[in-house]
Design a protein around this ligand. Structure first.
Ligand SMILES: [Zn+2]
Length: 478
């Protein structure tokens, strides 16, 4: 059962103080080698400075929301380039043509029925949705729990508002129910539906709807589509159990012509093998309802903090570390595709890639997508991660939405897995703000990312590449 009343606040700091953590680290990785000295240095600086939290605060307070094609997104590009420049790294702006979608008026209500007053609905348009006719539209609601159930209802869907309901309760349900938001409205449109409402993909709610992309294939009919809050989904479900329900919605959103934007890319040149690239990425764009502190301001801040920490070492690692802040992960993955296209010739020399797009939670482990023997190569690097809470190799396969176009070149993926138990409380909603970030847990994540990146770029051996794919799918956004 989803929690609907618990106000989200950061977890209390873990009992282990920074001093105790550093002591544990010193025991764990006694400075018997250069790399353990580097691990201790990176960790101490990340925990003591809380630099990642500083970058994040600056981004969300001074740039704000950053939906592709918006003024905020372009301000974020300039901001990111300036941050790299301040670290002494030259940042390139690499062109990306992005979709432009703008939100407008959003209203919804359950119309009065026999023995029943009208009721407002808390809703927000899904990215990519067309608007309703001026003045809105109203229709009878039909509830389904899956796309298969939608198909089975056939002709009953025509002219109706399809309500996609689901019981998302924990973070891992996002993968399970995500297709209702991604593909449900397009499937309803094919059956002649008037509009679609999708229960928010959320693990907690104080009646704020959670947006996200919905996809209509080129040339297909598109219908207005919105997310409704968990509470309003429950209301609709109860009302539908008593008889027919009619809903009216007004959406002023629309798609505009594509616009030029940029990925921001900066290299820390390797001291011995500069042609070999370790890619560390995050996405610069966010949804428009909030400042995207967790999605993906946190990832952007982790990338910048890693850059700052690695630049501060006595010497750069063996290989080049390339920091990539992708544009348009949320509603198109155009930045990811543009990067893979622009750097196609270099991808054979991309020796590992890691994307940070799971919020600001503390680190819990490391996962890989690589060839046979990768685990035994990575295991020796894990000891500095133990006191940070992340010293285990997890069986989950590493992924990253912006890294999916690299699969054709069989680039090995590494993922720092973070605690995401509260990520979907605020994800894609107006509540994705800085106050939900615990600076202590976030500083541990930043220490872990910096060390992993260094280890990937410094280790003499290369991670074996994953096996070739039979077919490459474009992947889904987070
Ligand atoms: Zn994201």
């Amino acid at each position: 059962m989803v929690e609907t009343l618990r106000l989200f606040l950061p977890e209390p700091p873990t009992p282990m103080s920074i001093r105790a953590l550093l002591l544990a680290l010193a025991v764990q990785a006694a400075p018997t080698s250069d790399s353990s000295v580097v691990a201790a240095t990176l960790t101490a600086r990340a925990l003591e400075s809380r630099g990642a939290y500083g970058f994040l605060t600056d981004l969300v307070d001074h740039v704000g929301s950053r939906l592709s094609g918006s003024e905020g997104a372009e301000a974020a590009v300039s901001w990111a380039a300036a941050q790299f420049a301040a670290l002494g790294l030259e940042a390139r702006r690499e062109a990306v043509l992005v979709p432009v979608w703008v939100r407008g008026v959003e209203e919804g209500e359950v119309l009065a029925g026999p023995g029943r007053q009208k009721q407002p609905l808390a809703l927000t348009a899904l990215g990519g949705s067309p608007g309703t006719p001026t003045g809105g539209l109203d229709a009878e609601v039909i509830e389904v729990a899956s796309i298969a159930e939608l198909q089975s209802r056939g002709a009953a869907v025509k002219g109706r508002i399809v309500f996609f309901n689901h019981p998302m309760a924990v973070a891992d349900d996002y993968g399970r129910f995500g297709e209702l938001r991604n593909r449900g409205p397009a499937a309803a449109a094919k059956l002649g539906a008037a509009a679609a409402l999708v229960r928010s993909l959320a693990t907690a709610s104080i009646r704020s709807p959670h947006t996200g992309q919905t996809r209509f294939a080129e040339g297909d009919v598109a219908i207005p589509a919105a997310a409704i809050s968990v509470e309003d989904a429950q209301l609709l479900h109860r009302l539908l159990a008593t008889g027919p329900v009619r809903v009216r919605i007004v959406l002023g959103c629309r798609n505009l012509p594509d616009a030029m934007s940029s990925n921001v890319v900066a290299d820390l040149r390797g001291r011995e093998r500069p042609e070999e690239v370790v890619l560390l990425g995050a996405h610069l764009d966010s949804w428009d309802l909030a400042v995207g502190a967790q999605d993906d301001g946190a990832g952007v801040a982790l990338v910048l903090e890693t850059a700052r920490l690695l630049v501060g070492l006595k010497q750069p690692p063996r290989r080049t570390v390339r920091f990539v802040l992708f544009m348009n992960e949320e509603n198109g993955l155009r930045g990811a595709k543009a990067y893979a296209l622009a750097h196609g010739a270099e991808l054979a020399h991309h020796v590992a890639a890691m994307e940070l797009d799971s919020g600001a939670g503390g680190p819990v482990g490391v996962s890989l997508k690589a060839g046979a023997g990768a685990s035994s190569l990575v295991e020796p690097w894990l000891s500095p991660l133990v006191p940070l809470g992340a010293g285990v190799l997890l069986t989950k396969e590493a992924s990253g939405a912006d890294l999916t176009p690299l699969a054709v070149a069989q680039v090995a993926l590494v993922e720092l897995v973070q605690d995401h138990s509260h990520y979907f409380d605020v994800h894609h909603s107006a509540a994705d703000t800085l106050d939900k970030v615990d600076p202590e847990a976030f500083s541990r994540a930043s220490a872990a990312v910096a060390w992993l990146t260094y280890a990937l770029a410094e280790s003499p051996a290369l991670l074996p590449r994953p096996p070739a794919l039979a077919a490459v799918s474009p992947g889904s956004t987070k």
